[in-house]
Each structure stands twice: as C-alpha cells, then as structure tokens.
Design a protein around this ligand. Structure first.
Ligand SMILES: *Cc1c(COP(=O)(O)O)cnc(C)c1O
Length: 371
C-alpha cells in the first residue's frame, strides 16, 4: 500500500530517489563515504553562502542534538545566553542552556507575535553580561517567521554573537551569511532539505569553532571535537548514520535541481496558498495573519462546534491518506498542517478535499466566510 502523505514538519514525505539512495552499505572509514561527508559539508556551507569563513559540522541525532551541541560548544562556561522566545523551540533552548549550567535569560513574547528587535536592543543595553543571543528563524510551534535580519543587526550593533535555530527554515527561507551576520546556525536533514531523519548539523564561523576547545559539557555533542576529527582525516568521531547521509547527499542534489532555496520556497509558498485558501473556504481560520505566516506549517484554530472531535478528524484524514500533526504545541486550542516535503499542489488540494469530506462525515458545518 502507498505511504500516506506526511503533512507534518518533519519527518516528512521524501522522494523515491532519496529513499532509494539508502539501498547500499557504506564503510564509515572508506574513501567513498569520506568523500560523501565532505561533499555534504561543502554543500551546506554553500547554502548559506558561508565561503571560507564558515564550516559545517554535522552531528548524529535529531535536530535538537545539533541545537544542544551548538549552545554547549559556543556559549562559554562563564558566558551568558539570551534566548528570544515565542514558542516551544525557543523555550527548549532555554532548557538546554539551563541543563548545561550556563547563565541564561529569556526574552519572551506571545506566540502569535514575532520576536521584537527593539526589546532585544533594550535587553542588550541593560545587560552587558550577555555574550550570545539565540533565536528561532521559523518558530514551528505556530509557523511564525521571526525578523532574523533585524535581530542580527541589533546583535551586531551591540557586538554580541548570534546563534540561530533554522531547523524548519534552512533550505527554503533565505539566510545569507554575506548579508546577515551570525556566528552559527543549526538545522537538520529532514525538514526543508527533504532528507530522512537522523543527522543534524551546525554551520559555524571557523574562528568561533576553533576557539571553543574544551567548553562543551557533553562528550558526544562536543562540536569542537567533532570538527577537529573531521578536519584531521575527514572521518566522524563515532558511528555515523551512513544511510541517512547518503539520503541527504541525494536530497541536496535534488534541492539544487529545484533551483536551490529560492526554487523550494516557491513550491512551499504555493503549497501554503492552496492549503490556506482551501481551508478558509471551508470556514477554518488561521491563528496568524498572513504577513506573519511562514509557508512551512500553518496553525488553524480549533473549531468550536462540539461535533468537531479532533481525534476523529485526524483519523478520518489518515484513512484518506493524509497524516497531519496530531498534537498542539501552542497554548491556544489549534491544530497544524505542514506544507513542506516532497509534496505539491495536487497533494494539498487532495488534503483540502479530504478535510471537507471528513467534516461532512462528522456533521460539522463551519461558518463559511461571506462570498
Ligand atoms: C524540528 C525542530 C527542532 C528539532 O526537533 P527534533 O525533533 O529534535 O528534530 C528544533 N527547532 C525547530 C524550530 C524545529 O522545527
């Protein structure tokens, strides 16, 4: 039976050719695999136009492992981190820093509001102890886009260092190291890059990673040690996820074939448009206004009609071949549908038709907007 379409923010639907790329075994110390690792690292630096000043350090695990490695390795033990928080992933960075025993402060705002560069400006003026600022480019909790360029400009003006969680953004939303100054950015294989899950990576300034010896409280997540090993002989410190990397290598080639991040963003924009317009026609409302919404994942407010039972809605969509995100991360009653992965207009139109069908079966009639 065919796999369902995954309308989730990772793992997501991958192409057949990405899946097929995993049908081999690689020796992790073998030349072919060493070359593949080098090729992937180079391609990822090129994605952000990092030039010779930046280097990509991959790390085994999911995206959170990469974020934890980035914070643990770059924030010095006597440093202080300020995290901009407007959702679950910002909160997670605060928790990570706390567990690492680092001094950390949160600058929080409501989850339907973008992080505020002016509030950051005041916070940095008031607290000279803050050396690093962390922000999530697209907060996947709601799908909100944070004003990364303005946050980077404020951080630079105060001569502090910016680290970015671009997990659900890199490979689609723009990030250009020639225009936006940041020390490091973390992302993973299985979101906008459309690989399979199992590896994260940090693209970091060479001078920053070289200066970070012995800082990380974790052995396995020590990005400096990982970097040293890779630079020394091209090999990973511990068993690498060989098949996942082969899939990522293929996925990066397909990303380039699609026209890079701009090409991919174009398809995701169209996906999001088809989804949002279709859902609005059915009477759903989005949590965010269109100007704050990134075309990655869309949050819809939960209908108040008591015949709308989310579990039945989810199961009905699953039976029709669409997997949506089963849980909410927002504090507002809501559910989310993703627009990323190897899906296009036909799949999003199919999903909207399935939603209409399931509403009918549940006997839910939403107030349609006036024509
Ligand atoms: C997915 C995601 C992560 C990492 O999640 P994992 O489940 O560890 O892969 C981190 N930050 C953001 C913004 C994400 O969307």
């Amino acid at each position: 039976m065919a796999d369902p379409w995954l309308l989730t923010p990772g793992p997501l639907t991958t192409s057949a050719s990405v899946k097929q790329a995993m049908l081999h075994d690689w020796g992790s110390r073998d030349r072919a695999f060493i070359e593949m690792t080098a090729r992937i690292r180079k391609r990822l630096v090129d994605l952000v136009h990092g030039g010779d000043e930046m280097v990509c350090v991959p790390i085994q695990g999911s995206g959170t492992f990469a974020v934890e490695a980035m914070l643990g390795t770059l924030v010095p033990p006597d440093g202080k981190l300020l995290v901009l928080v407007n959702g679950a992933y910002g909160r997670r960075m605060v928790e990570i820093a706390r567990r690492q025993g680092r001094a950390v402060a949160a600058l929080s705002c409501a989850e339907d509001q973008p992080c505020d560069p002016e509030a950051l400006d005041r916070a940095l003026r008031e607290d000279p102890a803050i050396g690093h600022v962390a922000v999530v480019q697209c907060e996947t909790t709601t799908g909100i886009l944070n004003p990364l360029e303005r946050i980077a400009a404020v951080t630079l003006r105060h001569d502090r260092r910016l680290v970015v969680d671009a997990m659900s953004a890199l490979g689609a939303l723009p990030l250009d190291a020639r225009k936006t100054v940041f020390e490091a950015v973390a992302a993973s294989s299985n979101k906008c890059l459309e690989g399979v899950p199992g590896v994260g990576f940090v693209i970091v300034r060479r001078d920053a990673i070289r200066a970070a010896a012995g800082r990380c409280p974790s052995l396995a997540l020590d990005l400096h040690a990982q970097h040293e090993a890779l630079e020394a002989n091209g090999q990973w410190r511990f068993t690498p996820p060989t098949h996942v990397l082969a899939a990522l290598d293929r996925a990066l080639a397909e990303h380039a074939e699609e026209g890079g991040s701009a090409g991919r963003l174009g398809r995701y924009r169209e996906n999001a448009r088809v989804l949002v317009e279709g859902m609005r026609r059915l009477g759903f409302t989005t949590l965010l206004p269109d100007e704050l919404q990134a075309p990655i994942i869309v949050t819809f407010t939960m209908p108040t009609d008591e015949r709308f039972v989310f579990e039945r809605f989810y199961d009905g969509l699953r039976e029709r071949g669409y997997v949506i995100y089963p849980g909410k991360l927002t504090t507002a009653p809501s559910f989310r549908i993703g627009c990323i992965g190897r899906i296009g207009r036909a799949e999003l139109e199919g999903a909207v038709a399935a939603v209409a069908d399931v509403l009918d079966v549940m006997g839910v009639r939403l107030a349609r907007p006036a024509a």
